[in-house]
Design a protein around this ligand. Sequence first.
Ligand SMILES: Cc1ncc(COP(=O)(O)O)c(C=O)c1O
Length: 351
Amino acid sequence: MSNFAATAERELPGGIESELAARAAAGDGILRAVGNTPLIRLAKLYGRESFDAYAKLEGMNPAGSSKDRPALRMIMRAIESGRITSRTTVIESSSGNLGIGLAQVCTYLDLRLVCVVDPNITEQNLLILRAYGAEIEMVTEPAAGGDFLTARVERVKQMIAEMPDTFWCNQYGNAHNPEAHHQTAEEILQALETPPDFLFCATSSCGTLRGCAEFIQSRDLPTKLIAVDAHGSVIFGQPAAKRLIPGHGAARRPELYCTGLEDLHVHITDREAVAGCRQLLRTEAIFAGGSSGAVVSAAFKLRDLIPPHSVCVLILPDRGERYLPTVYSDEWVTKHFGDAGDLLQQIPSAA
Ligand SMILES: Cc1ncc(COP(=O)(O)O)c(C=O)c1O
């Protein structure tokens, strides 16, 4: 039995509902900084290859990742529909970027947020969530089948049953998650002024993939969409296996996934993702997170399928700081993959 039910009711000044709706609709303050991330040319990374590469730097969102977009969109839509009022407690199962994106939105809008997490959460993400003022509900035991994801969702459902006035974002099934990424794709199109030939995006909830696919289909663009999944993720029907890099891949197939979203999917190992991150940093001075490295490695892996002079856009979901103890730690890399120096040979430097 959680202790959240007892503290759910709060006294609020009058007129706050319309103020909340107005602030959310205006995308005021820090929320105005979500989206419109830079698209930059990668002149050095694939220099020996014959395609033009661009990176969409989603880590430039104010809370640090592409998840700022769906976090804002899911909350805004729920406020607009009256599903969230100032008395509502927002609940989500997230140990990572979505939780942090929600913490930003909820803090700004004075909404109460409870993040359901498990012991695999990184110390840094826990500290960031707490710094924003999010409440943490830690699930300590895995579910009967042995996984924490199921246990976290069970805890969310239990909290919803016990507490009055809650809103579960449910990023894996909420249509406003992909809707937020129509804008991501639109920004790419506007910046390039012509549709890219290939668009690479990492997958977890499939919000980015589905949002980009919907945009491409609605505009009838010739862009080929490449889904980059983690080796050991089950989204595309591979068997589950241990994964080390957080934020990338999924232990269950998200409700947002459906067949036909992508033109091609590719699986990238943790080792390849680390190699991609390090090569991106070394050649382009872009300090990015683990799934960005996977996207970098995926484009390299598929280079023989990409016709000369094609324009490829890589969506890079977040920044490197949250991965200092893992992807960017030689000690961690050596422990899991052997000599860190050998990794870079997987992606020959352009320079
Ligand atoms: C670091 C990182 N990469 C990739 C993704 C995948 O994005 P999506 O959930 O839209 O599939 C996420 C989502 O949380 C993420 O945090």
